[in-house]
Design a protein around this ligand. Structure first.
Ligand SMILES: Nc1nc2c(c(=O)[nH]1)N[C@H]1C(S)=C(S)[C@@H](COP(=O)(O)OP(=O)(O)OC[C@H]3O[C@@H](n4cnc5c(=O)[nH]c(N)nc54)[C@H](O)[C@@H]3O)O[C@H]1N2
Ligand SMILES: Nc1nc2c(c(=O)[nH]1)N[C@H]1C(S)=C(S)[C@@H](COP(=O)(O)OP(=O)(O)OC[C@H]3O[C@@H](n4cnc5c(=O)[nH]c(N)nc54)[C@H](O)[C@@H]3O)O[C@H]1N2
Ligand SMILES: [Mo]
Length: 842
């Protein structure tokens, strides 16, 4: 095993920098420089200077610190393809949206849970001491458990928080809150909510988060790669753990092979993606939301032209006989041939046939993205992609078959031979204080239905073969996530939010979720505490120490501290901390891996040596791997996890659920709204994509002022508009536009481009909600949050996943007064308010 030695030799050794750097204040701005303990000038001078290795969702880096202030960031030298976003990370610590103190919404401070909730979002807050804020939180948890039971308290965390095996904000929150009482939980996530429910029935596994076939094998064996709505070059910039960006080298090799005509790459996408620009290849410019008709027509061609693999279908799949009558039009009178599909998806029938023939000729690797399953009936796309791969018959061969996770978590890299670290657990085995009855309400909700639940208590919905009865939610706690960024239909949400008595947000950035909370607690960033993380996601290339770079700013506290202190109010502090300090936990996590490493023949130094030394260990390389190979080789011994053990082209379990909107085999269902002639397109003709941002991780880094300025247009979130659509509306690049539909309106900055199919625009998710009039449903968003415009409906009765990824809008040149962007300056501070607590009754 190679222990990384630092070539620059500076690592954490504290050196007083001779290479003087610009003063901290000139780098950061004096008003933002306020570490937790206000330091005297001479103390600041004596503070730490040097370089610290750390890591983030955007990769590993070295932070240069001068007199206790982080001044520069250099990508880790092992990362050969660092993302530009690394430049924005320092600004997470220093920016005007930093949550500085525990804050209570003004009317909640006056009236407690009986506050006027229609004022929520007006952003008027009062600073309180930590002890009081935690007393309020504890008091509310007690009151809600006593009066309403567990179903009234939502603690169903979903979200991206930060990296670190110890400081997982969602886990900390769950551990702390569940030591107090059982609560309403969640199922699924926003990322892959539809695919992760349907694919276990069809392919036996979720398929989305799993490792993919090693890229070197794809480069060696594949003739054609079909990138179906997937943009790895854009999306691999970030990782759930610290990414090593190792797959980028293979995309460079792929670009070479495309240039030399050794591999053909076809992008099914209405947009010229970053990957297409970097790698090259051909585009199938499909109309939005109509991929399933295109796929059905490919299946029709493969079948009628006898191009499908009969042996594979016979040996490894079940149900083609129940599916083909639908494709051939025998069940509903509609033949799903290329002529039929052309009218819906906009691709010429002959081109569809040509695509089917290309896919059937030679080795074809299908790379499916997730955007298409974050849409209404998103299950059908995921299912149909597996059916196409099954008909081609190359599943389990190197460089053939399907994969749903190539754009995620360093997928396709070669997994090392190293141990895997476990993290801090959300479960303790210690009984909670409260474990009341759910009174017939569901103990969980499908995560993307949570606002619908707040809005419609008592309603029963279908979900994956079960009935879910929505409880009466009274209180919600959010930590490490930003529902006022990630959830759909902001104005519906604002109205529903008034039904909650108490909302808690724990964060280090004053997001819109903080604005719409009653109790806001300031958390530290990764860079203000110690932690440890895996380097490389699927690659598991090593272990990296995440050592504190700077002291906590203002009154921020680590989530670990916040929840230990909360737990001390109900005699569960010891259970929360496990009797260990943070450093003891980090050491234990490391030692767990060290022990596992011994079994694998990987030797790791003792913790002290690791932590005080380089803080980085590299694991020995592993072997190349082929997804689904074991199933292909031994279908009887290594069956899939489906009911039949085979790929289910027809699925009886799903058919038996009896849903109209997700039946026994993949089907085309018309959408509630769809562009290019579909429903509602007469009024709102443009399909708005809200894909994942090129320059952020969701809402994270949006508050990095300098970095935002590198992509914002007229201070607003950019909206990408096709040239013809822009010309028809008199819009030029740089103009402020108004984007609207019946659900809401936003300002955005136009970027006019030919990269987009006419009738398609993009406003990237995660743009901070910045209401002109805070708290008023319908008010214009001054920055450009796409979730003001998206629709809050479940994908189908099966998965009830989000339908965020497609919405219809109209765009016009903005002619009103130019409002300043409201979102990035934190709360309005109010003073002189007497709090109710502890006089507040239960
Ligand atoms: N329209 C539309 N909406 C979407 C999507 C889409 O494609 N289109 N995509 C969806 C998807 S796939 C996802 S995954 C979600 C993402 O939704 P989220 O995961 O909610 O998004 P983030 O912006 O990453 O929010 C993480 C929050 O945690 C905070 N945080 C970071 N570190 C810490 C910490 O140490 N402690 C605490 N307490 N807080 C911390 C950050 O400041 C940030 O506010 O969005 C979904 N929403
Ligand atoms: N830079 C960056 N990378 C990220 C993230 C991030 O926030 N920033 N988030 C991470 C997370 S949490 C997730 S869940 C994943 C999301 O991963 P995905 O959901 O796969 O990614 P998206 O970028 O939303 O969309 C991918 C592609 O779908 C295309 N597309 C949109 N609509 C249609 C359509 O109707 N038909 C077809 N054929 N194509 C369409 C888009 O043009 C885009 O090229 O990304 C991860 N990677
Ligand atoms: Mo996601």
């Amino acid at each position: 095993m190679a222990t990384q030695t630092n070539k620059t030799g500076i690592s954490r050794r504290r050196f007083l920098s001779g290479l003087a750097v610009a003063s901290a204040a000139s780098v950061v701005g004096t008003s933002l420089l306020a570490p937790r303990k206000a330091m005297a000038a001479d103390e600041v001078k004596a503070a730490f200077s040097g370089e610290v290795l750390s890591g983030s969702h955007w990769g590993a880096f070295r932070a240069k610190v001068v007199n206790g202030v982080w001044t520069e960031t250099t990508p880790f030298e092992k990362d050969k393809n660092p993302t530009d976003m690394i430049k924005a990370v320092r600004e997470v610590v220093y920016n005007p949206a930093r949550v500085k103190y525990p804050m209570i919404r003004i009317d909640w401070l006056k009236q407690g849970y009986k506050s006027d909730t229609t004022q929520r979002g007006n952003n008027r807050f009062v600073r309180v001491p930590w002890s009081q804020a935690l007393d309020f939180l504890y008091h509310e948890m007690e009151r809600v458990q006593d009066n309403f039971g567990p179903s009234a308290l939502y603690a169903g965390h979903t979200g991206w928080q930060s990296v670190g095996k110890l400081h997982n904000a969602g886990t900390m929150m769950k551990r702390g809150v569940s030591l107090h009482g059982t609560t309403l939980g969640k199922m699924g996530d926003y990322s892959t909510g539809a695919a992760q429910v349907i694919l276990p029935y069809v392919a036996g596994a979720m398929e989305v988060y799993e490792q993919q076939t090693s890229w070197p094998l794809v480069l060696e064996h594949t003739d054609t790669i079909v990138m179906w709505a997937s943009d790895p070059i854009k999306n691999l910039q970030v990782g759930w753990l610290v990414p090593d960006h190792s797959p980028y080298q293979y995309y460079e090799q792929l670009a070479e092979k495309v240039k030399n005509k050794e591999i053909k790459v076809i992008y099914v996408d209405p947009v010229v993606s970053s990957t297409q620009k970097a790698v090259g290849g051909e585009q199938i410019r499909v109309n939005p939301q109509t991929d399933v008709p295109l796929m059905l027509a490919i299946a029709h061609t493969l079948y009628t032209e006898n191009l499908y693999n009969k042996e594979f279908v016979a040996d490894y799949t079940t149900g083609l006989d129940k599916f083909m009558p639908y494709v051939l039009g025998e069940t509903d009178g509609v033949i799903k041939n290329p002529e039929w599909a052309e009218k819906i998806c906009g691709i010429k029938a002959d081109d569809i046939r040509a695509l089917a023939r290309t896919m059937a000729k030679g080795r074809t690797q299908i790379i499916g993205g997730w955007c298409l399953q974050r849409m209404q009936h998103g299950e059908q796309y995921a299912w149909m992609l597996v059916v196409l791969a099954a008909m081609l018959g190359q599943i389990g061969l190197p460089g053939g078959g399907f994969g749903f996770g190539w754009h995620y978590n360093d997928a396709g890299s070669i997994t090392s031979n190293g141990p895997l670290m476990s993290g801090f657990s959300g479960v303790t085995g210690v009984d909670p204080i409260h474990s009341g009855s759910y009174d017939g309400y569901s103990t969980f909700i499908p995560v993307a239905r949570f606002v619908d639940c707040i809005d419609n208590p008592g309603k029963t919905i279908d979900y994956n073969g079960q009935k879910i009865k929505y409880p009466f939610m009274k209180m919600a706690i959010f930590s490490g996530n930003n529902p006022f960024g990630h959830h759909q239909d902001r104005n519906k949400m604002i109205k529903a939010w008034t039904k909650l008595q108490t909302v808690v947000s724990i964060d280090h950035q004053w997001t819109a979720t903080c604005r719409f909370a009653d109790i806001v607690l300031p958390a530290t960033t990764t860079y203000e505490r110690n932690d440890i993380e895996q380097y490389g996601n699927h690659s598991n290339a090593g272990i990296i120490a995440l050592r504190k770079i700077v002291e906590p700013m203002f009154e921020s506290r680590d989530d670990f501290e916040i929840f230990s202190e909360l737990c001390s109010r109900y005699n569960r502090e010891e259970a929360f901390t496990g009797g260990k300090t943070q450093m003891e936990w980090i050491e234990e996590i490391y030692n767990g891996a060290r022990l596992q490493g011994r079994g694998l023949g990987v030797r790791m130094p003792n913790f002290k040596k690791f932590w005080d030394g380089e803080g980085f260990i590299e694991f020995p390389a592993g072997k190349e791997w082929i997804r689904h190979e074991s199933f292909r080789k031994e279908p009887d011994l290594e069956p899939l996890g489906t009911a039949s053990g085979l790929i289910e082209i027809y699925c009886k379990t799903i058919a038996d659920m009896g849903y109209n909107d997700c039946q026994g085999h993949p089907m085309w269902f018309e959408k509630t709204e769809r562009s290019h002639g579909g429903p509602r397109s007469d009024r709102f003709p443009i399909n708005m994509q809200s894909t994942h941002p090129k320059d952020r991780l969701h809402s994270q880094l949006c508050s990095s002022t300098d970095f935002r300025a590198t992509y914002a247009v007229a201070d607003r979130e950019p909206i990408f508009i096709n040239t013809e659509d822009a010309a028809a509306r008199g819009i030029k690049s740089g103009d402020i536009v108004r984007v609207f539909n019946d659900r809401g309106q936003v300002m955005a900055g136009a970027v006019v481009t030919d990269d987009y199919l006419p009738g398609v625009c993009r406003l990237q998710e995660g743009a901070w909600y910045s209401p002109l009039e805070g708290g008023k449903a319908g008010t214009i968003c001054t920055y450009g949050d796409p979730n003001v415009l998206t629709e809050d409906i479940g994908s189908s009765s099966l998965a009830q996943a989000t339908s965020a990824a497609a919405a219809l809008v109209q765009i016009e040149k903005y002619t009103g007064p130019i409002h300043a962007v409201t979102g990035f300056n934190g709360p309005i501070y109010e003073e002189g308010i007497d709090p109710l607590f502890p006089a507040m009754d239960k």
